[in-house]
Design a protein around this ligand. Structure first.
Ligand code: AGP
Length: 612
């Protein structure tokens, strides 16, 4: 999705903006642009379709643009094709106001016809240009840019994070937000805005999160924030503890591989602080034990891989708690009539904490009276702030579009929460509780064992990379695991693949299995091992080429049926997906590598999906 960065300070702005935009590249984009203001040269705008390299070349790495204040943008096209003209910043007709925008202005058609009727002519096909032109319209009438901003915000509908540069405001720019993330950064003699903290991490860790309806006037020495009514508000500052190096490749060819390798540590950081005296402790939970015990249903809501975490969670939590656990895709939940009320705890899962559908689902659940507990990676993100309770994953910044360490930490945290509740509800015998804690603590080192030797996975990927179609099959937790394995593969390698509950094969899908079809059979769920082996026999007898994944202790038994076997260390069944996902991530990575794909920035995908 689009990215925004803005800077005002004592240094040349353009190189800082380009560096910030580079940090936002991972979000996905198809064009980029910057606008810089200098007393001598006025408003200078440069924008270009394609990678940031093109814009860097156009501006000599930013050196050719004078000025110590500016705004920058990476665009992920929604309204109008990716080209130079549709790229941001967009200008008012008199070219005295420049605007960058994340989100969608829903009533732009109506506003555009109004402006055209007043004689304004448009240059681009975007919804964003309406904001720039409307600002120009009001500014011409009232002569005060802040007032013009408020008038525009009154008229536009939809979601927006805005950065606004006005030629008549020499050292401040304006920012505004509604339903799209925007942060303020407080540096030493300089200030920032950014849609994502990674864009300013090199310059400051002191940040504040803009709330819906707020407008900020950003100057080098201070940032003044006003609410929707124009009253000044005091912002709460947060210190970001992510390392700059966390958001760099550190010698790896791709962020995705680095992040796969970081998983044991990310799990340690997420789990260890929450275990004391061999017991799970959630100090951060605001809900009391009595309140937790009063819920009669859990409802998990999320998108994409976070939803797949929820799928594993549904199996595990129902088993541990003997309580109803529903799950829905956030994009479906928000427009459905879900059975949710004040007795429901809705568990919202989101790495970014900014996914628009997930946010809308959260708000719907709240309106229906439910309490919200979210599992989020980005501290202070919108979903975290609107939840009644947050459990943070401590995965650090995840840059690759395909999630790995965020998935793993979400999963382990959801399992922990399940074990915590089961103990609270009196549903766990103490010996089982003890065993689960032991296994939880052993997960990082077991994961390290998988990561120590990836040669066989690499070899199997080299034999599979040119397939047109791949099927993942599994039962129960292995089915949930297959959903993630298949998504990983399709998003980065563009190979068509599907995950099926193995028991469903006979109900249709088996017709697609022919000589040489690759089937990845997941057999880590011990209780249904024999059933899964039967499914393997079934597909093999139709000519399928099978790669199987199973626990070390079951490998021998499986070798009678399959020759290509990947193994994971044995663990308690509820944690098998946490280990099983690792070989599947690595397999997807090597298949994509062999196919020459842009692994960290797969086509058409964005890291944080802030539009519907
Ligand atoms: C997974 O690799 C994807 N990038 C995607 O499915 C992602 O999990 C989904 O968009 C949800 O994002 P969130 O966790 O930030 O809400």
């Amino acid at each position: 999705m689009c990215g925004i960065v803005g800077y005002t300070g004592r240094q040349q702005a353009a190189p800082i903006l380009l560096d910030g935009l580079e940090r936002l590249e991972y979000r996905g984009y198809d064009s980029a642009g910057i606008a810089v203001l200098s007393p001598e040269k006025g408003l200078q705008v440069r924008k270009a379709k394609g990678r940031l390299k093109v814009l860097e070349a156009l501006t000599d790495g930013g050196k050719s643009l004078d000025g110590m204040m500016g705004i920058g943008h990476t665009r992920w096209a929604t309204h109008g094709e990716p080209n130079d003209v549709n790229s941001h910043p967009h200008l008012s007709e008199d070219e005295r106001i420049a605007v960058v925008h994340n989100g969608i202005i829903e009533n732009y058609v109506e506003l555009k016809s109004f402006l055209v009727s007043t004689g304004v002519s448009f240059r681009s096909e975007t919804d964003t240009e309406v904001v720039a032109q409307l600002l120009g319209y009001y500014y011409r009438r009232c002569g005060n840019i802040l007032e013009a901003v408020y008038r525009v915000l009154d008229r536009i509908e939809g979601a927006y994070a805005l950065g606004i540069l006005c030629a008549d405001l020499p050292d401040s720019f304006i920012a505004a937000r509604k339903d799209a993330p925007l942060l303020l950064g407080y540096g030493d003699g300089c200030s920032f805005i950014a849609s994502d903290v990674t864009a300013m991490l090199r310059h400051t860790r002191d940040v504040a999160y803009m709330e819906d309806g707020e407008v900020a006037v950003v100057s080098p020495e201070k940032i003044v924030v006003y609410n929707a009514l124009g009253a000044e508000v005091e912002k709460e500052h947060h210190t970001v503890d992510w390392d700059v190096s966390d958001a760099e490749k550190g010698g790896y060819a791709h962020f995705m591989f680095k992040e796969i390798m970081e998983q044991p540590d990310a799990i340690r950081k997420t789990v260890s602080p929450r275990i004391r005296d061999h017991r799970i402790v959630f100090d951060e939970l605001k809900m009391s034990k009595e309140e937790l015990c009063a819920f009669n249903k859990l409802y998990i809501v999320a998108c994409g891989s976070s939803y797949h975490v929820g799928m594993v969670g549904k199996y595990n939590l129902e088993r541990l708690l003997r309580m109803q656990v529903d799950i829905a895709l956030a994009s479906e939940f928000r427009y459905a009539d879900p059975l949710v009320d004040e007795k429901t705890l809705v568990i919202v899962i989101s790495q970014s904490g900014e996914t628009l559908d997930t946010m809308a689902a959260l708000r719907k659940a709240k309106r229906l009276g439910a309490r919200i507990l979210s599992i989020v990676n980005v501290v202070g993100s919108s979903i975290a702030r609107e939840s009644d309770d947050v459990l943070y994953t401590w995965a650090g910044p995840e840059i690759a579009v395909a999630t790995t360490k965020a998935y793993s930490t979400q999963l382990v945290l959801l399992d922990m929460f399940g074990i915590y509740l089961a103990e609270l509800f009196g549903k766990l015998p103490y010996f089982l509780y003890d065993e689960l804690i032991g296994e939880l603590l052993a997960l990082p080192s077991k994961m390290e064992r998988i990561l120590e030797n990836t040669e066989q996975i690499k070899y199997l990927a080299s034999r599979s990379f040119n397939r047109d179609s791949i099927f993942f099959i599994g039962r129960n937790l292995d089915y949930a695991l297959g959903l993630e394995g298949s998504l990983k593969l399709k998003e980065i390698s563009y190979v068509h693949c599907e995950a099926y509950a193995a028991g469903e094969l006979k109900h249709g899908t088996i017709s697609l299995i022919v000589d040489g079809t690759l089937v990845v059979a997941l057999c880590t769920y011990k209780a249904l091992f024999d059933k899964s082996v039967s499914n393997i026999v079934e597909v093999k007898s139709r000519g399928a080429d099978v790669i199987a994944l199973t626990d070390e202790s079951l490998a021998d038994a499986l070798s009678k049926t399959v020759s290509n076997i990947l193994t994971i260390p044995d663990t308690h069944p509820i944690f098998a997906p946490s280990l099983g996902v690792v070989p599947l991530q690595i397999f997807a990575y090597y298949v994509a590598l062999q196919r020459g794909c842009d692994i960290d920035k797969p086509r058409n995908l964005a890291k944080s999906v802030t539009v519907e």
